[in-house]
Design a binder for this molecule. Structure first.
Ligand SMILES: [Mn+2]
Length: 300
């Protein structure tokens, strides 16, 4: 008999780049996927026994308006992710700014919904971020799209981004939680509170430790058809991850995040990881690039 461990090892991992920074004010995170693709990530994964392969890097069409370009990129990404999930492959998406999350997780939700139509709780998601990314166009002070993806997945805010591949919520608040939050506006906090999404603020992480918090996070997301993790690198302390669009002091320790991501991936219904907001121009000694590689390679 083939062990569950062996089946897991045979699983294919698709690496997908979403090279857009249209959703951010810092416009240099679109280089991230190219840098990571040029690294030894694929061969490292293959050495670990993971059958990994790069797909094309998606790029926005420059002739469109900002909103149209983001919606178009999210549609492309959602189609690719849905196909991978349908085939039983795991995925690792490398952004780009965090607005690509609407594409990634809409695609995952659409595939899980059509594969298991009777299950009303298809998708779970751990959102690791210094911010809440839960603005609507009405509440956002900057109007930047990377401050809105979680709201869109919860079916709030920008109409066009709530309809990627299907109408309606891609994610129910009871199956999502945020980890490492320490910079947000009150409108976002009230929206998440009103919807009932659990937020593990950085204070709680410091008090209880990341492992205890991640155990709670897993219990929130696991009771679904499939779940994943979306990491905005600004969740990590700038000392460990300087190469991000919006460095935010007092964050997670990289080593602890890697350990916990490894545990997250060991769950049977884990489907994929997304890592966003890498700005190679701000990186110091490749710290942030190496962290991305470690997070994708982390396997136990
Ligand atoms: Mn974010």
């Amino acid at each position: 008999m083939v062990s569950a461990q062996a089946i897991k090892k045979q699983k294919k991992l698709k690496l997908i780049g979403a090279a857009s920074c249209i959703g951010a004010q810092d416009t240099r995170c679109d280089m991230g996927p190219t840098i990571i693709r040029a690294s030894n990530l694929e061969s490292l994964l293959n050495q670990t026994g993971i059958d990994a392969e790069w797909e094309n890097i998606l790029r926005p069409k420059s002739s469109r308006s900002e909103e149209e370009a983001i919606v178009d990129l999210c549609n492309q990404l959602a189609k690719i992710i849905a196909k991978k999930v349908e085939m039983g492959h795991q995925f690792a998406v490398i952004g780009g700014d965090h607005s690509c999350a609407v594409g990634t997780w809409s695609g995952a939700a659409n595939a899980l919904k059509s594969a298991y139509p009777a299950n009303s709780n298809p998708l779970g998601l751990i959102w690791v971020d210094a911010h809440m990314d839960s603005h609507t166009p009405q509440t956002s002070p900057s109007g930047a799209y990377h401050g809105m993806p979680l709201a869109c997945l919860l079916d709030e805010g920008l109409q066009a981004l709530r309809e990627i591949g299907s109408k309606g919520a891609k994610l129910l608040a009871e199956h999502v939680c945020l980890v490492g939050v320490r910079s947000y506006e009150s409108a976002e906090a009230s929206l998440l509170k009103q919807l009932g999404a659990r937020v593990f603020f950085m204070d709680e992480v410091k008090q209880r430790g990341l492992t205890a918090v991640m155990n709670d996070a897993l219990s929130i997301v696991k009771n679904t058809t499939g779940f994943g993790i979306s990491i905005d690198l600004d969740a990590v302390d700038p000392v460990d991850a300087p190469g991000v669009g919006s460095p935010t002091q007092d964050g997670l320790q990289a080593e602890q995040l890697i350990e916990n991501v490894m545990r997250v991936k060991q769950q049977d219904n884990f489907i994929g990881i997304e890592i966003t907001e890498f700005n190679p121009f701000r990186d110091v000694n490749n710290k942030t690039a190496n962290l991305i590689i470690d997070l994708i390679c982390a396997t136990g």
